[in-house]
Each structure stands twice: as structure tokens, then as C-alpha cells.
Design a protein around this ligand. Structure first.
Ligand SMILES: [Zn+2]
Length: 64
């Protein structure tokens, strides 16, 4: 670990968080929703899918 603070969202603080510490380091990210849905991904492509999933979830979430 590099000591970077973990800013991962939680159901209490819903949102999406994506981190890419360096150009040659794969991105990682996670999201959490107030309804309890959450996800995480590692790798640029997977993180892009994760963000799309989060945006899609906000449109379909039962707890808006
Ligand atoms: Zn939700």
C-alpha cells in the first residue's frame, strides 16, 4: 500500500470514487448507493464499466 487514504464511498456517503495514482498504474474505483448497492473494479476498462454501471444504477435505483 502507498498510504493513500481510502475514499471509497459508503451507503452513508453514496457516490462513486475513481483513483488512478499514476499513468502506468491501473485505475481502481468503487461506488456505493444509499440503497446498499455497491461495486468495485480494478483496471482502466473495468473502472469505466463500473462508472457506467453507477450511472445506470442512479437511473434505476429504487431509493431515489
Ligand atoms: Zn441505489
Amino acid at each position: 500500500m502507498t498510504g493513500v487514504p481510502d475514499l471509497a464511498p459508503t451507503p452513508e456517503r453514496p457516490g462513486v470514487h475513481v483513483a488512478k495514482p499514476a499513468r502506468d498504474v491501473p485505475a481502481h474505483g468503487s461506488y456505493a448507493c444509499c440503497c446498499g448497492a455497491s461495486g468495485r473494479a480494478q483496471g482502466d476498462d473495468d473502472v469505466r464499466d463500473l462508472v457506467a454501471e453507477w450511472i445506470d444504477h442512479r437511473n434505476t435505483c429504487p431509493h431515489r
